[in-house]
Write a protein that binds this ligand. Structure first.
Ligand code: ZN
Length: 335
């Protein structure tokens, strides 16, 4: 984590370890072929010195595999296993939504164990079915997704994706998926423009509208909202707060004198800090944030309602394919 933040200062053991890693990593000459790999589930708190060029300067983000990847993982792990002719790895990949690479390895193992217990020479499709059931039941509840839930997730993501297509300054869409990733049930990915250093108000408002697209879609289609939209709302509110407090983008409070200071990397991003503004200003900030969110929410619902046919198209395609890339989305919305 970032140095200089914990108790104990520079003598803190963790800081000394980090310093040691940094100096070891600087010790290689360019001729030495040494590759250092590291893994973290908290990339947000890394010390900037660690990810500077020459240190850990390449990042690979590991996600839950989608259908095509799941099939390839199954192929790898079943290489040494005598499979019966009726085993269809493609079908198994389709059935194992939400499985990680380790789960898939486990699935092949379980199927082999089940076949072995019945003294079979080959592992049959039925053994895999049983294996899937076993793993599913053993999995956490959150990882099991019913058809009804899946439909809601598909419409949620379709809402984000369609908004990204409809607002004028959105980053280009890269991928939409309803395969669970980490703590999210689905994902809509955009490629941010790397040359964009100076964010404009219009762009930020469009971003908020895209964040609200998932919830807006649920509201329109199901006349209900799910907890899946909770994180979107939090992000949208944070964005609106930064627009008001840090960037002076509200007409009522045009001067960004209210910077809440650097985010604290050890205790999490938002830390309560002593307020240096009056109750009156605090109320105005809240009102401005609420106004921004409400305006974008209305805009989102209007846009999605008038493009309901496209929303349906996207959601249906997501239910069928689980993952859509930019090209496929483009094609779908063309007609
Ligand atoms: Zn969402």
């Amino acid at each position: 984590r970032v140095r200089g933040t914990g108790v104990g200062g520079g003598h803190d053991e963790r800081e000394q370890t980090l310093n040691q890693i940094l100096s070891e990593m600087d010790g290689f000459s360019p001729q030495e072929s040494v590759i250092i790999l590291a893994a973290t589930n908290r990339p947000d708190v890394l010390d900037p010195a660690l990810i500077r060029p020459g240190r850990f300067d390449r990042r690979i983000i590991l996600e839950q595999p989608h259908k095509k990847a799941r099939k390839q993982i199954l192929v790898i792990h079943s290489k040494e296993v005598p499979l019966s002719e009726d085993v269809d790895l493609d079908a198994l990949a389709g059935m194992s939504v939400g499985f990680s690479g380790a789960d898939l390895e486990n699935l092949v193992n379980e199927a082999a164990l089940i076949a072995g217990r019945e003294n079979k020479d080959q592992v049959e499709m039925a053994d895999f079915f049983e294996g899937i059931d076993k793993i599913r039941m053993g999995l956490e509840r959150e990882d099991f997704i019913s058809d009804e839930e899946k439909r809601m997730i598909a419409y949620h993501e379709a809402g984000h994706a369609l908004m990204a297509k409809l607002v004028p300054t959105a980053d280009p869409l890269q991928k939409v998926t309803i395969v669970p990733h980490g703590r999210a049930l689905g994902l809509t990915e955009q490629i941010p423009d790397e040359d964009r250093h100076n964010l404009k108000k219009k762009y930020l408002l469009d971003r908020i509208a895209i964040m609200l697209g998932g919830r807006g879609s649920e509201k329109i289609v199901f006349d209900d909202v799910s907890t899946g939209a909770g994180n979107d709302l939090k992000q949208a509110t944070q964005m609106a707060r930064r627009m008001v407090c840090n960037w002076g983008m509200s007409e009522k409070l045009p001067f960004p004198l209210l910077d809440r200071g650097e985010p604290h990397p050890f205790l999490g991003k938002e830390m309560t800090e002593p307020k240096n503004f009056s109750e009156d200003t605090a109320r105005m900030i809240d009102e401005e944030i609420r106004r921004i969110i409400n305006e974008q929410d209305t805009r989102t619902e209007d846009l999605l309602t008038s493009n309901r046919d496209k929303l349906d198209l996207l959601a249906e395609a997501l239910l069928e394919h689980e993952v859509l890339d930019a090209e496929e989305i483009e094609k779908l919305l063309e007609n």
